[in-house]
Ligand binder design. Structure first.
Ligand code: PXP
Length: 247
């Protein structure tokens, strides 16, 4: 199981101080340095989300990371003309289409692929036409998985936010939804990834979910990095992920 390290919150911390001074030579911390540290810690790819409001990652970060970090880059993006143009110019290895609303603190639900199929399909085709592999960030709902397969995307990323926030019986239900979603995605020929809210303590509960090829993890790694450093935080997560039994 591969680890995509989401480094958005390194940029969040920088923007907290330097948002109004984008050219400051003192701007820190550096998302590029975090990407290189993630590589040193065994991360398999770097994930960044350039949001429409540019609240954390800036376009310049994306191009710097693309140029100077050898790991594959996964661009999370809203299904918009602006972001499609950015993706085509940046040319990451992967793009993950996500829903995006300006008010949300973080990505809240999965993309409504079923409700926006024509639009999503057109975006997938444009990206794939330039050799970018596409993932769709969706809730583990069977009709969304069917729609994802119909869109032509190669991958789905199952939204684990509800799993991460659940306890007791609700947690068992969320795990069961993820198991069913992973099986359905795999059966439909899709690579199955997962992400959102995964941390060092809840990770092991995902080990019963089959077919997981990659996890995208950000907030918990950036938080852990405050104590142990970025490279060690990534290495710890990779170490825990090694216990995944696989498909
Ligand atoms: N995957 C997607 C599609 C996301 O939007 C996010 C949050 O930016 C993540 C994974 C990572 O979530 P977290 O920061 O909670 O680990």
């Amino acid at each position: 199981m591969l680890l995509g390290v989401n480094i958005d919150h390194v940029a969040t911390l920088r923007q907290a101080r330097y948002a109004l001074l984008p050219d400051s030579p003192n701007a820190e911390p550096s998302p590029l340095q975090a990407a290189l540290d993630a590589q040193a810690g065994g991360g398999d790819s770097i994930t960044i989300h350039v949001r429409a409001d540019r609240r954390h990652m800036q376009d310049r970060d994306a191009f710097e990371i693309r140029k100077a970090c050898p790991l594959p880059l996964n661009l999370e993006m809203g299904v918009t003309a602006e972001m499609t143009a950015l993706a085509l110019e940046l040319h990451p290895e992967f793009a993950c289409l996500v829903p995006e609303t300006r008010e949300e603190v973080t990505t809240e639900g999965g993309l409504d692929v079923a409700g926006r199929l024509a639009e999503v399909k057109a975006c997938v085709e444009r990206l794939q036409g330039q050799g970018i592999r596409v993932s769709l960030f969706i809730d583990p709902d069977l009709h969304q998985i069917e729609a994802a397969a119909a869109s032509g995307a190669e991958m789905i990323e199952l939204h684990t936010g509800c799993f991460a926030n659940a306890a007791g019986d609700d947690l068992e239900k969320e795990i069961a939804r993820l198991v069913a979603g992973a099986k359905a995605g795999h059966a439909a020929g899709l690579q199955v990834n997962a992400g959102h809210g995964i941390n060092y303590t809840n990770l092991h509960r995902l080990f019963v979910v089959p077919h997981l090829a990659e996890l995208n993890i950000g907030h918990s790694i950036v938080s852990r990095a405050m104590r142990v450093g970025f490279t060690a935080a990534v290495a710890e997560m990779k170490g825990l992920m090694a216990a995944y039994p696989g498909a």
